[in-house]
Design a binder for this molecule. Structure first.
Ligand SMILES: [Zn+2]
Ligand SMILES: [Zn+2]
Length: 198
């Protein structure tokens, strides 16, 4: 039996590059979408992934190998897109469920994607837009699960109700808010865990 081209060990024809601070699962969802496939149906046969939402915290050697061979991205760079080094250090949770917060303004990018820093408990404000990060869909209350969204929906849409998360009014801080203090604290903690250079 001939193997499909993307299983042959060569670089896949379509492999969007990782974007700055992109979360591993966000990049993998964008790769699957390049083939008009849902992330789970795309990655399960390739790398035996059963729990897509868990892979950001623990990447298997098999998945690392598949990603490296398929995209040419170095294993160290792929590992740096995970939350592995932050496990146990303030990842956002709702009960046992991982939370991915978002900045509506950042999701307005022409290629919407989800940032690694949005999974950290202490990051509550977007450092670029000074908007509060949202932890769920404001229309239906669902947690953000972009990997479950139909591929006819944008990566910036709620998988549950289809709400355009990029169109959510951002609650920007007013000049009187202690924004500078919040950002100072965020940046301090980010430096402590190696996210920012001292
Ligand atoms: Zn932003
Ligand atoms: Zn929703």
């Amino acid at each position: 039996m001939t193997r499909p081209p993307f299983l042959s060990g060569t670089i896949w024809p379509l492999h969007p590059r990782p974007l700055p601070d992109e979360l591993l699962s966000s990049w993998m969802a964008r790769i699957a979408r390049a083939y008009f496939a849902r992330p789970h149906s795309f990655w399960h046969p390739l790398a035996g992934i059963s729990q897509f939402r868990a892979l950001d915290e623990k990447i298997s050697p098999r998945l690392l190998d598949v990603l490296h061979r398929g995209t040419g991205i170095q294993p160290g760079q792929i590992r740096a897109m995970t939350l592995g080094s932050f496990a146990g250090f303030g990842l956002l949770r709702n009960g046992n469920h991982p939370v991915i917060a978002f900045c509506p303004e950042c999701l307005k990018d022409p290629v919407p994607f989800y940032r690694r820093t949005w999974c950290l408990e202490f990051v509550t404000v977007c450092a670029i837009h000074h908007a509060d990060l949202q932890e769920s869909c404001p229309a239906c209350g669902a947690l953000i699960r972009f990997e479950q969204a139909g591929i006819n929906l944008s990566m910036a849409a709620c998988h549950n109700c289809g709400c355009d998360l990029a169109a959510v009014a951002a609650s920007a801080h007013q000049p009187s808010d202690p924004l500078a203090a919040v950002l100072l604290h965020q940046n301090y903690l980010a430096r402590q865990i190696g996210l920012l250079q001292p």
